[in-house]
Design a protein around this ligand. Sequence first.
Ligand code: ATP
Ligand code: MG
Length: 175
Amino acid sequence: MTQGLFIIYTGHGKGKTCAAFGQALRAAGQGLRVCIIQFVKSRACGELTALEQLSGSTGSVEIHQVGSGFSWRDKEMTRFKESALAGWQLARDKIGSGDCDLVILDEFTYLLHFHILSPGDVLPVFTQRPEKMHLLVTGRDPGEELLDAADLVTEMREIRHPFKKGVAAQKGIEW
Ligand code: ATP
Ligand code: MG
């Protein structure tokens, strides 16, 4: 009876990645095989460490961090593109293999935003995935085509963020 859903967590408020990892936790707890591919970011975040520790005792959670960090400098941008495309290849392999029940592409929308990939590149892969596979994409501004294709879209709306009053990112809250 499983109906694979295409889910998007988007918006400019905080909580998209946290919500995606919460979803991973729930799925793993139900014995689902989860694969998380985290784009853009390259530093160790608490959620990665915690999930790695949990893996094995719950369902399986596979995590790949494919980001090279991000910077506007040309050289860095080239590296960003290369690692993003390698991440996309990995995502296609995972989606195509059918070995996972839930695939999470965290911060994926930035690849569209920076025209590294187009909706025409990604939508066929997303829509032709195995019928029972859930797919979760996070990131700001996914664009109309992705939004239209999704079964479930949640927008995190910023009401207040401590960054605005100069409070630095807090360990355990931001990373
Ligand atoms: P989180 O990883 O905490 O779930 P997110 O995935 O929704 O946040 P991103 O757009 O991926 O947010 O941004 C990553 C970082 O930027 C997070 O550390 C987050 O706290 C911070 N951030 C998110 N929204 C805002 C905002 N509106 N103003 C300033 N910083 C923000
Ligand atoms: Mg995020």
